[in-house]
Design a protein around this ligand. Sequence first.
Ligand SMILES: Nc1ncnc2c1ncn2[C@@H]1O[C@H](COP(=O)(O)OP(=O)(O)OP(=O)(O)O)[C@@H](O)[C@H]1O
Ligand SMILES: [Mg+2]
Length: 395
Amino acid sequence: MTLRDDVLKMLDQVIDPVSGRTVVQQDMIQGLVVKDGHVGFVLEVASGRGPESEPLRKICEAMVLGVTGVKSVTAVLTAHDDHSGHAHDDHAGHAHSHAPAAAKPAPARKEPPPPAGLPGVKNIIAVAAGKGGVGKSTVTSNLAAALQAEGKLAAALDADVWGYSIPRMPGLGGQRPKVSPEKKILPLEAHGLKVISIGFFLKEDEAVVWRGPMLHKALTQFLEDVAWGELDYLLIDLPPGTGDVSMTLSQLLPQATFMIVTTPQDAAQKVARRAAQMADKVNLEISSVIENMSGFTTPDGERYPIFGEGGGQRLADELDVPLVGQVPLTMPLRAHADAGIPLVAVDPDDPASQAIRHAARGLIALAPPAPIALPVLEVVQAGPPQPVGMSLPMA
Ligand SMILES: Nc1ncnc2c1ncn2[C@@H]1O[C@H](COP(=O)(O)OP(=O)(O)OP(=O)(O)O)[C@@H](O)[C@H]1O
Ligand SMILES: [Mg+2]
């Protein structure tokens, strides 16, 4: 396979949110040039879709940059008057001789500066663990639903680039996020929760090998281009083995903190050491621990501590942060998690739902109180500064 084939294969994984087909299937990639590792192409969209397709252009660029052997990528957006998607058999490689007056190539751009956090989001919590399969995804979506149930505005970002949990959420079906007139990606809503996942932009069942730079760019994209709006909490579901993703997040979201998920039987000291090393490396704080799979609770409410007891508390002590909750193993939580439904949203009485609601209240209690809004004082450029010590009222 040539590099050109690899590039086209990668682009054939990028979904056009309007048609639901890939940009290659939709014949939107034009004039592809691959030379010495440098790639250029035109992303052609129907007229009127020009500005709103900017996020798609960026995603195409980011994806191609991740192809092994690619050194640089320039994708130019053009709006076509009459783009049926099938009018031409093969555009790739042909020059654009008929560009209509409406065609507006995006100016060549430098790398955008990283965003300085997410201004409308008050708390950002990255859900991490010392090992895989301890329930990070389950905790993330249920905790977001629980925060919402406690009256907070919460959203979940699925940064699990290998597992994509959120597109599985029923109700989302084959939906793709829409783009606002301001060119921002609008999160989807499922069970009252705003959710966005890297999986929304990829074809299902396509294994993608995400490498550092592409991962970095793709995550940057989400963080920059998603219109989260005002949020009290953004919970981020991290993939297992969090190196690259945590690195990116810490650069982009310096205000984020980690919540560590652990199980009762995990060796607290080992998890603590790992978590602390990761947090140190990326310079983010660990703010809480949540214990998951804390005993099995039967439908009758009987509890069996099958995985032992106390791991969460030991880890919390070790890390010197609060333990916000102990979530039991219950059958409904597993069944709903696997179906993509946050149990908390549909069965608040399940012992696992109650434990997660309890954890949500704990998190809310931990959050620093909202700053008191002070009236804005007008700064008057007065003359020379008043001498200090002369402010006593003269009798
Ligand atoms: N408290 C619980 N009760 C019952 N089942 C649970 C519970 N927590 C998680 N599970 C189940 O355990 C499995 C693993 O959970 P999940 O996918 O959330 O873990 P993860 O840490 O995100 O995994 P990965 O490291 O692969 O991303 C899932 O099948 C989930 O439904
Ligand atoms: Mg997961």
